[in-house]
Design a protein around this ligand. Structure first.
Ligand code: NAD
Length: 270
């Protein structure tokens, strides 16, 4: 392996996102695949990670443990039940982590914060550059529009997505609530089917549609009197998330311990 190449270890190597990350690592000029990990006893184990990703052999066989590799960054797109293991292992090896897995349980988020005192971690519900901008622009719009405008969020995803609403929709909701001095947990509405009253002034509705192979769409609507502002992001290919995660991996290797998100990576802090 050349000293000039920057090593990446992929967790969830057989999955939709893991294989997208591996393909982009193989296509890049500055990155090299240094490890590939998937579920213990799973069907990908022992196979070449490049072949599993639909590319030529890499010589990297999918295993069930993150190995120690000097200078490597770990990129995890697996399942929420696995993330505590990835965090613990990165902490033990003192390796930076880019965590893409969503719907991570509360106790794992506590582990993540504790680990971030010792290693740099990027955790984003959505690694798309466009979605990161959507979030920031939605906060700006909410702040500029102020009172008298009702915010609602609609998200669409493929039929296999397990969590609803999406982590991204919730993150956008938090940004809108924060920008208007509201606590998102107090104003979030996920269902209006069991009530007989008009919309409350402060509510932020978040609704999910699921079907087909839709990669991911998010629309934030601001309803005023006589006008409506809509901000939409449409993902056509999950390669955008892989590209964003690898941008985060390149960035995080130079950072000190801390918990970062894509807003930090793109230096978009308002
Ligand atoms: P997937 O089901 O296709 O892949 C998950 C992979 O993780 C599988 O190969 C599975 O075998 C593996 N896995 C399960 N348990 C494991 C373990 N204990 N150790 C190692 N690997 C394990 O799912 P996907 O569509 O690739 O999505 C993966 C995650 O990434 C989900 O949480 C999804 O919501 C999230 N995601 C995040 C973003 C983002 O931008 N943050 C974008 C897309 C998907």
């Amino acid at each position: 392996m050349s000293d000039t190449l920057f090593p990446i270890i992929v967790v969830g190597a057989r999955g939709r996102m893991g294989t997208a990350v591996i393909r982009q690592v193989m296509d890049s000029e500055d990155l090299v695949l240094s490890g590939a990990v998937d579920r213990s006893g799973g069907p990908g184990l022992g196979k070449d990670a490049g072949i599993v990703a639909g590319r030529p052999e890499t010589g990297i066989v999918i295993g069930d443990l993150i190995h120690d590799a000097r200078g490597a960054v770990v990129v995890d797109f697996s399942l929420p039940g696995n993330t505590h293991e990835t965090i613990a292992r990165c902490r033990e090896l003192r390796r930076p982590l880019v965590l893409g897995t969503t719907a991570v349980p509360e106790e794992t988020l506590d582990l993540l914060e504790a680990a971030a005192n010792e290693i740099p971690i990027v955790h984003a519900a959505n690694y798309s550059v466009g979605v990161t901008l959507l979030t920031q622009i939605s906060a700006l719009a909410a702040r500029a529009l102020g009172e008298g405008w009702d915010a609602e969020i609609v998200e669409l995803h493929h039929r296999h997505k397990r969590d609803a609403p999406s982590g991204t929709a919730l993150r956008v909701g938090v940004a809108v609530a924060d920008a208007t001095q509201r606590d998102f947990a107090d104003v979030l509405v996920r269902d209006r089917s069991d009530r007989d009253r008009a919309r409350g002034d402060n509510e932020i509705g978040v609704f999910s549609l699921r079907g087909g192979d839709c990669v991911g769409e998010h629309t934030v609507m601001f309803f005023g009197e006589g006008e409506r502002l809509e901000l939409t992001h449409r993902a056509r290919d999950r390669a955008i998330f892989a590209a964003g995660a690898l941008r985060a991996a390149r960035w995080v290797q130079g950072q000190g311990p801390g918990l970062y998100d894509m807003v930090d990576v793109l230096e978009l802090n308002l």
